[in-house]
Design a protein around this ligand. Structure first.
Ligand code: 3PG
Length: 307
């Protein structure tokens, strides 16, 4: 049984060692493809793989077609918009994620990004404090919930919007105020922290209409996906409202133009770094390896996302 770890953005060494231990302990073989620069390398590497561990690596129909033995793909992380689920399902390949395993790292970055923008990107000048401000959590999943908890610890007023949370008691139990509409979240929040996945419904859903409703001096914090932003709408509102700011962990396609036009009111990390901590790599990577072993040995499909 061959388990391939294919990571254009590699895991920390300790995570790879942990994955190797789990895989080899049960007599499977581990193959590593790290920092690849061309998809042909991935296509060649999957040829004899029975199981695949990835991060944001793209598993397209072409990759699936090149992997005749593949039985399971585990995205070591939360969002699986990089996997062609239909192509996998068609070939009977099980796809899983590892929900919650890297959430803390992303939540810490979101809070850090708020402070970074509140303090002029750590350059001289008078900044502001996040204490006493309102943060609106857009989607209350594993990451959003932690951002809420840390926001409260920093003295922020925490609002949340998530129509998919069935048990509304969760918000009150966390001391968080659930708002009734997405518009209300944007109207009331000095910071909106995005935690929605990239789906057909959410792509380009955050644009002019919502952002223009934000209060004076507000900041949009994106540690989710670039695809959820309507970049033209974002540029338009930044143009009209010189008080608004945008910080993202996933550079926009038009990031260079945004940077040039809006200077320090916008910021993008050089490469997505939300889950880039040793702890998150170990948590997500080892969970992925365990899920593969548990699926192949016991048929456990608990974290399957293409049911
Ligand atoms: C996720 O969906 O888990 C995060 O976006 C992390 O992605 P990464 O593994 O590519 O850093």
């Amino acid at each position: 049984m061959k388990v391939l770890v294919a990571t254009e953005k590699p895991f920390a060494k300790s995570a790879v060692e942990g994955i190797r231990r789990i895989v080899e302990e049960v007599g499977y073989e581990l193959a590593l493809l790290e920092k690849y620069t061309d998809k042909s390398e991935l296509l060649a590497a999957v040829a004899d793989a029975d199981a695949l561990i990835i991060r944001s690596d793209k598993v397209t129909a072409e990759v699936v077609a090149a992997a005749p033995k593949l039985k399971i793909v585990v995205r070591a992380g939360a969002g699986y918009d990089n996997v062609d689920l239909a192509a996998c399902t068609e070939k009977g390949i099980v796809v899983m994620n590892t929900p919650g395993q890297n959430s803390n790292a992303v939540a810490e970055l979101a809070i850090g990004m708020m402070i970074f923008m509140a303090r002029n990107q750590f350059t001289p000048g008078t900044g502001s404090e996040i204490h006493g401000k309102t943060v609106g959590i857009h989607a209350y999943g594993n990451v959003g919930r932690l951002v809420g908890r840390y926001g409260k610890a920093m003295g922020m007023n925490v609002l949340a919007y998530d129509p998919f949370v069935a048990d509304k008691g969760v918000f009150a139990a966390d001391g968080v105020t659930a708002v009734d509409s997405v518009e209300e979240l944007y109207v009331k929040s000095d910071y909106v922290s995005l935690h929605i996945p990239a789906t057909e419904q959410t792509k380009r859903s955050i644009g002019y209409d919502l952002l223009s409703k934000m209060p004076k001096g507000a900041t949009l914090v994106n540690t989710a996906r670039k695809e959820v932003i309507d970049e033209e709408g974002l540029a338009r509102v930044l143009e009209e409202r010189s008080d608004l700011k945008y910080i993202t962990d996933i550079a926009a396609d038009s990031q260079a133009a945004l940077n040039e036009k809006f200077g320090k009111r916008v910021f993008a990390t050089a490469k997505k770094m939300g889950a880039e901590t040793g702890e998150a790599n170990v948590n997500a990577g080892l969970a992925a390896a365990r899920q593969i072993v548990d699926f192949i040995r016991n048929g456990n499909r608990k974290f399957q996302v293409n049911k």
